[in-house]
Design a protein around this ligand. Structure first.
Ligand code: BF8
Ligand code: SF4
Length: 631
């Protein structure tokens, strides 16, 4: 049993990964480490964003000798178009996820399998959207809200609703700059149209459309995903849980749920707890079923059920390599296509469930919300049946795990703030005590640490170093996604992590009874962070670009991250990146992403691939904002 008093260092995490990697080599399994080595001489055109294959006259690659594509597009046009396409893919991923969830809300009924769990939130949203609520059945309200939500994707006229949740000064900026999104699908389609051969070649126009598309994600698709998930499965609350590979159990049936869509993972969790399944397990002499989460699915079910988190993105193969996983069930996004083949080295069953993520070699069980319970029970039974095929000679589960306190959506943060001041609580609540703490300097500011891990840099190292340094400097951290999981598995999400903090932050943790790294959920929940920042600016009475609150994605890798970073800067907040976006083949695009957007909304990127320097940049940035406010 690991000593939970101490933190788990990145070196200790790496020792487990190395041991599992060596076992993979012995078993002839193919892993990301080998593939990253084989891919290490990355294409410079790709890195710079200056390869265009938008038509079959190309591909055209920009060099000093060939500064233009056949059509005449230069490096700036090509890099900007490629960048906008990345934003589209990111926006589409989270938004399509939300669309699926809205359809589930539309199918809710009192007898289930999916029901309305947070009626208050549903009513609040219905009122916000002018849906009648008085003397009405809750499911009838839910279905109309779902329809209204689905309209946000493709409405023919008008514009999106959630941006009007922002403070007025921010809304005015979006209006002034012409980037208030109209509808999610419309912004994505417009972007793809603009980037088709023979259309936009002006980086400014492409960047502005990127911001508008990204806003349809952050203040649209993502926010819908979060709100509707809360309505369906409950708004998260505080849970004690555990994280890292050590949550796999030697004597239990281990099921890993991996991906993002909680509609699937919730059904598996519920099935594994049902009497029918527990009786079935007993009949097979099985001691119990251990469902654990991986990637963002882990965040979703940890903060609603306390389900333990086995790891983040680059640990997905490690989980299988323990040899102790009976079944890995995946839904959508961030799933390595390498997994089915790896699973074949063991007894592990690998199940895909979504037509969005079809992977050769997997068992495909298309998940249908109307038959969710039966399907989930069948899968859990298959995992139980598979236990007897576990080859104990191939099993090695690292011991390392840490406890963590998770589940701090804005509602929970407000509750903790209210508890200290006994302040007036209206429906929205107030961040006033947090604002006062920042003004007084007890807290210097807050940083949202988000995103993936990435073999381009030492995985997890930047997250760990940056979070620890911020805490020492009295800067509160809020975290989502794989960054949140790093905090979980190292122990930084325990309340005891206050001993890593400066005196001011430690006092805040004591007063509020919180850990210094607040778990806000999955990446889709970065929308919660937007509302948090918005609430702070509102209660402070200043603009969003003035508050000492910033975002940081030290090890990002996905197109979702590109889009997220863009909606955050479009919301006026700076974003600190540890990985350079693929536009450096264009000086104009580098200027646009670092300085250009700042002139439009007040937010921009600060890029530094050295984590030690990056955290210095963050602290300097926060102190500069404080100075500008005269505090
Ligand atoms: O959406 S942090 S690796 S798991 S992309 Fe993926 Fe990145 Fe993890 Fe969640 Ni977010
Ligand atoms: Fe080349 Fe222009 Fe075609 Fe791109 S759109 S491949 S730059 S000709």
């Amino acid at each position: 049993m690991a000593d939970v008093k101490k933190f788990t260092t990145v070196e200790e995490l790496e020792a487990d990964t190395t041991k599992l990697y060596e076992r993979a080599c012995e078993l002839c399994a193919d892993t990301w480490q080998q593939r990253a080595e084989a891919q290490k001489n990355h294409c410079k055109f790709g890195e710079g964003g200056i390869c265009c294959k938008n038509c079959s006259m190309g591909p055209c690659r920009i060099t000093p000798k060939a500064p233009k594509g056949i059509c005449g597009a230069d490096a700036h046009a090509i890099a900007a178009r490629n960048y906008l396409r990345m934003i589209c893919a990111g926006t589409s991923s989270h938004s399509d996820h939300a669309r699926e969830i809205l359809h589930v809300l539309h199918e809710t009924k009192p007898e289930g399998p999916y029901i309305v769990r947070d009626e208050q939130k549903l009513i609040r949203l219905a009122r916000e959207w002018d849906v009648a609520v008085d003397n009405r059945d809750i499911y009838s309200i839910a279905h109309e809200v779902a329809e209204k939500g689905l309209e946000e994707f493709g409405k023919s006229f008008g514009e999106m609703r959630f941006p009007s949740r922002a403070i007025e000064s921010q809304q005015a900026i979006w209006r002034r700059e012409g980037i208030w999104p109209r509808a999610i699908d419309r912004e994505v389609v417009t972007s793809l149209h603009m980037t088709h051969m023979g259309n936009s070649a002006d980086p400014e126009a492409l960047i502005r459309q990127g911001m508008r598309t990204a806003l349809s994600h952050g203040w649209g698709g993502s926010m819908l995903g979060t709100e509707i998930t809360d309505i369906l499965f409950g708004t998260p609350t505080v849970w004690e849980t555990e994280g890292n590979l050590g949550v796999l159990e030697n004597d239990l049936v281990n099921i890993v749920v991996h991906g993002h869509d909680p509609v699937f993972s919730e059904a598996i969790v519920t099935a594994a707890e049902s009497k029918e399944i527990l009786d079935y397990a007993k009949s097979k002499n099985i001691k119990g079923i251990n469902v654990v989460g991986l990637c963002c699915t882990a965040n979703e079910i940890a903060m609603r059920h306390g389900v333990r988190m086995v790891g983040n993105f680059l640990q997905q193969e490690n989980a299988i390599l323990t040899g102790a996983v009976e079944m890995m069930c995946v839904d959508i996004q961030c799933i390595f296509p390498a997994l089915p083949q790896l699973a074949q080295c063991f007894h592990t069953k690998f199940v895909t469930s979504s037509p969005i993520a079809r992977i050769p070699g997997a068992d495909y069980v298309e998940f249908n919300p109307s038959t969710a319970s039966e399907q989930a029970k069948l899968l859990v039974k298959q995992a139980i049946d598979n236990f007897e095929y576990r080859d104990t000679s191939k099993v090695w589960i690292p011991e390392s795990k840490q406890t963590a306190v998770v589940g701090y959506p804005t509602e929970q943060i407000i509750k903790h703030l209210d508890a200290i001041t006994n302040s007036h609580v209206d429906e929205i609540g107030s961040y006033r005590p947090a604002v006062d703490a920042i003004k007084a300097g007890v807290l210097r500011g807050a940083v949202a640490i988000v995103g993936c891990n990435n073999p381009r840099v030492r995985p997890d190292f930047s997250h760990y170093e940056i979070i620890k340094t911020l805490l020492k400097n009295d800067i509160l951290v809020v975290a989502t996604g794989c960054a949140a999981q790093l905090a979980t598995k190292t122990g930084l999400m325990r309340k005891e992590a206050k001993f890593e903090c400066g005196a001011g932050l430690r006092r805040v943790c004591d007063l509020m009874d919180i850990p210094p790294v607040l778990h806000m959920g999955a990446c889709v929940d970065i929308s919660r962070m937007m509302l948090l920042a918005n609430g702070i600016a509102r209660d402070w009475g200043i603009n969003l670009d003035q508050i000492p609150v910033v975002g940081c994605a030290p090890e990002w890798m996905s197109e979702k991250a590109v889009s997220i970073a863009n909606y955050v800067v479009s919301t006026g907040l700076d974003v600190y990146l540890g990985i350079e976006p693929q536009v450096n083949g264009s000086s104009q695009m580098m200027e646009w992403i670092t300085e250009g957007t700042r002139k439009l909304t007040g937010g921009g990127f600060i890029i530094n691939t050295d984590p030690e320097q990056l955290v210095k940049n963050i602290i300097d940035g926060i102190e500069a904002k404080r100075k500008a406010l005269g505090i």
